[in-house]
Design a protein around this ligand. Structure first.
Ligand code: B12
Length: 226
C-alpha cells in the first residue's frame, strides 16, 4: 500500500499522467497517476490518504524544486495536469451522497492569477461535504465575483491567490463585495496568505487548507448540528 502511494507521489512529481501519456520518456507505457489512483481506491485506501500522502506530496516535491530553479514551468505544468487527472476519481470517493446542500459556495482564483490546483482541491472537498460549489475559474475579476453573488444571494465566497502580486487584487475583490454585501462571508486561502493579511483586507477568515474552511463554516453557520 505504501509503495502504491509513493508511486503516485513520484508520478505527480514526474508529470506522468497516465499509461498513454508520452511524457516522461523513460516511463513510456508505465501506469501513471490515473491508473494508480484507481488502483489505490480499489484497494480501499482512503481518498484523503491518496490526496495528502500521494498527490500533494508529489506536488510539494516539484514545488520545492521549482523554487530552487531545478525544474521549469513546463515540468510543473505536467505535474499539475497529472494531479488534476486524479480529481474526478477522488471526488466521487469523497462524495457523501447527501442531497441537501449546506449552502452555495462561490470560489475563484483572483484576477491575474492562473494557479488553480489549490482552488480545485477546495472545490472538490467542499462539494464532498455537501456544498453546492460555483467555480468561477482563474483570473477572476471582482465584478465576476459580484455578479455571482447577485445571482446567488446568501452564498459564501472563497478566494484563492498564490502570488504576492495578486494578493492585492484579492483586497480589491473583497472590498467590492463587502461594499455591496456587508454581511457576506468571505474566506481566503493560498500559500502566501496569513490571517493578518486577511484582517487587513477585510475578509472573514484565512484558511490554510480546505478542512479549515469546512470547519470554520460549519461552526460559523451552525451546520455540524444539522
Ligand atoms: C503549480 C505552480 C504553477 C503552475 C500552475 C498550474 C496550475 N494549473 O495551477 C504554473 C506553472 C502555471 C505556474 C505559473 C507561475 N507561477 Co507558480 N507555482 C506553482 C507551485 C509549484 C505549486 C502551487 C500549487 O499548486 N501547490 C499545491 C496546492 C495544493 O497548494 P495551494 O495552491 O497552496 O493550495 C492549498 C492551500 O493554500 C489552500 N488554498 C488555496 N486556495 C484556497 C482558497 C480557499 C478559499 C481556501 C479555503 C483554501 C485555499 O488549500 C490548498 C490545499 O491545501 C508553486 C510553489 C509552491 N510550492 O507553492 C509556484 C508559485 C506559487 N509560483 C510562483 C510564480 C512566481 C509563478 C509565475 C509568476 C512564474 C513565471 N515566471 O511565469 C507564474 C504566474 C502565472 C500566473 N499569472 O498565475 C511563485 C510565487 C512567488 C510569490 N511569492 O508570488 C511560487 C511560490 C514558486 C516560487 N517559489 O517561486 N505556477
Amino acid at each position: 500500500m505504501e509503495n502504491l502511494i509513493s508511486r503516485i507521489a513520484m508520478c505527480v512529481e514526474r508529470g506522468k499522467i497516465n499509461k498513454n501519456s508520452p511524457y516522461p520518456k523513460d516511463m513510456l507505457g508505465e501506469d501513471g497517476v490515473e491508473e494508480l489512483v484507481q488502483q489505490a481506491l480499489a484497494m480501499g485506501i482512503p481518498a484523503g490518504k491518496i490526496l495528502e500522502e500521494g498527490l500533494m506530496r508529489g506536488m510539494s516535491v516539484i514545488g520545492k524544486k521549482f523554487s530552487k530553479n531545478e525544474v521549469f514551468v513546463p515540468d510543473v505544468l505536467m505535474s499539475a495536469r497529472a494531479m488534476n487527472i486524479a480529481m474526478p476519481y477522488l471526488k466521487s470517493a469523497f462524495e457523501t451522497g447527501e442531497t441537501k446542500h449546506k449552502g452555495v459556495f462561490i470560489i475563484g482564483t483572483v484576477q491575474g492569477d492562473l494557479h488553480d490546483i489549490g482552488k480545485n482541491l477546495v472545490r472538490m472537498m467542499m462539494e464532498g461535504v455537501g456544498w453546492k460549489v460555483i467555480d468561477l475559474g482563474v483570473d477572476t475579476p471582482p465584478e465576476k465575483f459580484l455578479q455571482a453573488v447577485k445571482e446567488n444571494p446568501g452564498a459564501v465566497v472563497g478566494m484563492s491567490a498564490l502570488l504576492t502580486t495578486t494578493m492585492i487584487n484579492m483586497g480589491r475583490a473583497v472590498k467590492v463585495l463587502k461594499d455591496e454585501n456587508p454581511n457576506i462571508i468571505i474566506v481566503v486561502g493560498g500559500a502566501p496568505l496569513t490571517q493578518d493579511f486577511c484582517d487587513k483586507i477585510g475578509a472573514d477568515k484565512y484558511c490554510p487548507d480546505p478542512q479549515a474552511c469546512i470547519e470554520y463554516l460549519d461552526e460559523k453557520l451552525n451546520l455540524s448540528r444539522n
